[in-house]
Design a protein around this ligand. Structure first.
Ligand code: NDP
Ligand code: A1CAB
Length: 277
């Protein structure tokens, strides 16, 4: 949805993307597919980007004449402090959209202030890697002094690569990180384990791999196209007295998936909190 920051057909405004690894690279792929205005990417490992975009390996090489609409900060949380001083001159004119796990708006604003950009506007977002194909899920948090126009700008940029949602309480970002930021890894693990179990049951490895992947992606696509609850979709597969019921009696035991997923997501959320400092 547009909030005055452009329509879906306008180019995505020029970005300074800082860090173009797994997540920054996924977002960049999504933005390139959707029409990105000439942008600059800072990453020491990325060799090329398609023209008219530019990539620089060192912050010292950032072009002095570049005026981004938005600075997307996508380094590891532990690497942010090192690069923020080089971004301060841009942050005096453009809001910073941090996708880093854990790092708080206040902490980042303080770091920019210490680097010479007092009043820098920091907005947080937690995307995930399906952003690369326009299927991302990004949750955002933008407290004052972020303006409605700056929120709309982030919405424009992030909705180009998937679904978006907003939270009003910053501590919810850690839970979001644990569910949807890390979540694709849980789903890929499921595919891995289904493949492995299929092989253990005697399937040829190539077939086990194919049916595991296709089952995960097909189930995801089916869920995407319906409002039916996941629990009901599960029940529709589960014939009374059949095979699925046998499997689910193992998986849904209180000490199996329900407890394991709770513990895993709790551990991830705790780690997000630790990464704040
Ligand atoms: N991976 C994911 O699925 C998700 C990640 N995130 C968040 O995204 C952020 C990035 O994660 P991810 O993409 O996995 O990390 P990566 O390490 O893959 O990417 C970060 C990239 O930035 C480069 N970089 C860092 N500092 C500089 C610098 N000063 N100059 C030039 N290049 C630099 C890194 O190089 P080098 O390694 O040499 O420092 C690396 O290539 C993290 O904060 C994470 O919390 C959020 C949601 C999902
Ligand atoms: O593992 C991490 O810390 C990052 C944040 C969410 C997904 N990857």
């Amino acid at each position: 949805m547009s909030h005055g920051a452009g329509t879906p057909r306008d180019p995505i405004p020029p970005l300074l993307l800082v860090g173009c690894g797994q997540m920054g690279g996924a977002m960049l792929a999504g933005w390139l597919a959707e029409g990105l205005a000439p942008s600059v990417i800072l990453d020491r490992h990325r060799d090329t980007v398609p023209a008219p975009h530019r990539v620089v390996p060192l912050a010292a090489d950032l072009p002095a004449d570049f005026v981004p609409s938005l600075i997307v900060l996508a380094t590891k949380p532990q690497k942010a402090a090192a690069v923020i001083p080089d971004l301060a001159r841009f942050a005096r004119h453009a809001p910073v959209l941090s996708v880093m796990a854990g790092k708080t708006v206040g902490g980042l604003a303080d770091a920019f202030a210490a680097a010479g950009a007092p009043g820098a506007v920091v907005i947080r977002a937690m995307p995930n890697t399906p952003s690369a194909i326009g299927q991302g899920m990004t949750v955002c948090y933008a407290p004052p002094p972020a303006t409605p126009a700056q929120r709309a700008l982030c919405e424009r940029v992030l909705s180009a690569i998937g679904d978006t949602a907003w939270v009003e309480a910053e501590d919810q970002m850690d839970a979001v990180t644990a569910v949807s930021g890390s979540g694709p890894a849980y789903v890929f693990l499921l595919a891995e384990l289904m493949e492995r179990a299929g092989i253990a049951q005697g399937l040829p490895p190539a077939l086990a791999r194919r049916i595991a992947r296709r089952t995960v992606s097909g189930a995801g696509a089916l869920m995407e196209r319906t409002d039916v609850d996941a629990a009901e979709l599960r029940r529709r597969v589960t014939s009374p007295g059949g095979t699925t019921q046998q499997a689910l009696s193992v998986l849904m035991a209180a000490d199996a998936w329900p407890a394991t997923l709770d513990a895993a997501i709790h551990a991830a959320a705790l780690r997000a909190r630790e990464l704040a400092s």
